[in-house]
Design a protein around this ligand. Structure first.
Ligand SMILES: [Zn+2]
Length: 177
C-alpha cells in the first residue's frame, strides 16, 4: 500500500483547486494576519490577487503597510506563490457571522479534499478525515464553542452540557465524528 501523508494530499489539492486555496485562507486567516483577524475578512481570490474586507480606515492603513508580511505568510500556508497582491476594501465585519461562515469553510475543505482523493485507500481517507476533524474541533473550541460533558458534541454556549442534552432544540450543535 502506498502511504501518502495528509500534508501531501492537501498540497496537491491546493495546486488544483482555487476554492481550496480560498477555503484555507479563510479558515487559517488568523495565522496570516494575527490580531487583525477580527477586523478583516477574506472575500475571494481572483487570478493572483486576494481581495479582503477591512473594518475601519486606521485598520486598513495598518494592514496595507503589512501587505508584504501577509503575502509571505500566505506563501508559507499554501506552500507556493499563488498570491502576488492583496486588494483592501473598507467594510463592516460581523464577527458571529464570520465564525459561522468559517466553520462552513472547514466543512468545505473536508469535502473538497475527500472528493479530490476518493481514489485513495480507505485507511488513508480515514486518517485524513480524522486529521481534518481534529483541526476543525480545535478551531471551534478556540472560537467560543464548548464540548458537551455528556455526549461530546460541540456547541455554542457557557453551559457544561449541549442544548440537546439539556432537552433544548438548537441548531448550533455540531455532531461528533
Ligand atoms: Zn450533549
Amino acid at each position: 500500500m502506498k502511504i501518502t501523508s495528509v500534508g501531501e494530499m492537501i498540497r496537491k489539492g491546493i495546486q488544483k483547486s482555487k476554492t481550496l486555496r480560498e477555503s484555507l485562507l479563510k479558515a487559517y486567516w488568523r495565522d496570516i494576519v494575527g490580531n487583525m483577524e477580527v477586523k478583516s475578512e477574506v472575500i475571494k481570490i481572483k487570478e493572483d490577487q486576494l481581495f479582503i474586507k477591512v473594518e475601519g480606515s486606521a485598520n486598513l492603513h495598518f494592514m496595507k503597510m503589512k501587505e508584504t508580511t501577509y503575502l509571505n505568510n500566505i506563501e508559507k500556508l499554501l506552500n507556493g506563490k499563488f498570491i502576488q497582491k492583496i486588494n483592501f476594501r473598507l467594510g463592516k465585519i460581523n464577527l458571529n457571522n464570520k465564525i459561522q461562515k468559517e466553520f462552513e469553510r472547514m466543512e468545505e475543505i473536508e469535502e473538497i479534499t475527500e472528493i479530490d482523493y476518493s481514489n485513495y485507500s480507505l485507511e488513508e481517507r480515514i486518517k485524513m478525515l480524522e486529521e481534518m476533524s481534529k483541526i476543525r474541533e480545535q478551531y471551534l473550541l478556540e472560537n467560543g464553542y464548548k464540548k458537551c460533558i455528556q455526549c461530546g458534541n460541540l456547541f455554542l454556549g457557557k453551559e457544561n452540557k449541549c442544548p440537546k442534552c439539556r432537552g433544548i432544540k438548537d441548531r448550533t450543535v455540531v455532531n461528533k465524528y
